[in-house]
Write a new protein. Structure first.
Length: 270
């Protein structure tokens, strides 16, 4: 009865195919490669590995004890911070399939110790593990700062942003976007087929113009947005500052991240 139940359960998982929360592994030959999958799952929505299942969905089976040891090494030795993995062995069709599940990390990013000594973070996009961008790293820092401060660093409202009020009420005070923020938002908006407009104040330049950008709509851009390098070439802001601001804009819901075979693109959200 258990083999039958296990077969139904594993077959149901296999029928979903590989996706953002599931990956098939025929076998484990390198714990570090598994650590990249664990990092990607933990830094995204969580997920599970079906070990002993080929890419085409065929159940091949594994030596469960050896595979569990290598998954444990991936989680504890190669991931920083260590990842908690729930491992269960099922016996569909009389073969052993190890299901290794991880939840979304509380502390992000989960980094992988690579062979060259570098520590890199991964994210899960569709059915692939993708190296996280600098903006992802900055976004996770914003989220961590949120948790420590109990509120967002600066929460935008329309064409202004909100900052913690140092007064007795400890609320949020409204202030205008900075020149750098306006410049960057204008470039990203232009690449997304829109415009960013700051309310015109007495004696100020037109709202459609921002520091270093005389006519953002004049840029030749892709409708899908711009890469980080493309953005840096179009603004007068240092790259490190661009990464920080983009991280904040993504955190605030002003900018979205999309990915294709060419890399990450940043576009304005409605």
């Amino acid at each position: 009865m258990k083999i039958q139940d296990d077969t139904v359960y594993i077959r149901a998982l296999i029928s979903e195919g590989e996706h953002v929360r599931q990956d098939f592994k025929f076998e484990i030959s390198d714990s570090r490669k598994i650590a990249r999958s664990l990092s990607a799952f933990a830094n995204t929505e969580g997920g599970r590995l079906l070990i002993g299942v080929k890419d085409n969905g065929r159940i091949a089976g594994v030596r469960s004890e050896e595979e569990m040891y290598m998954v444990e090494a991936a989680a504890q030795v190669y991931c920083t911070p260590a990842v908690e993995v729930d491992m269960r062995v099922y016996r569909p069709e009389g073969r052993s399939v190890l299901v290794a599940s991880v939840g979304p990390a509380v502390r992000k990013p989960v980094l992988v110790k690579e062979e060259n000594g570098r520590r890199l973070a991964y994210v899960r996009i569709a059915d692939e593990n993708i190296l996280a961008s600098p903006v992802h790293i900055g976004l996770w820092k914003c989220e961590a700062d949120d948790g420590r401060n109990g509120s967002a660093d600066r929460v935008p409202a329309g064409n202004v942003r909100m900052v913690p009020d140092s007064g007795l009420h400890h609320g949020l005070a409204s202030v205008a976007f900075t020149d750098q923020e306006r410049e960057l938002l204008a470039v990203v908006a232009a690449a997304s087929g829109g415009t960013f407009r700051q309310p015109v104040q007495s004696g100020s330049p037109a709202a459609s113009t921002c520091s270093g950008v005389s006519d953002p709509a004049a840029f030749s851009v892709s409708p899908c947005g711009l890469t980080l390098s493309q953005i840096c070439r179009r603004v007068t802001i240092p790259r490190r500052r661009v990464v920080h601001l983009l991280s904040l804009f993504v955190h605030w819901g002003l900018v979205g991240i999309r990915h294709d075979s060419r890399g990450f693109f940043y576009c304005a959200l409605d």
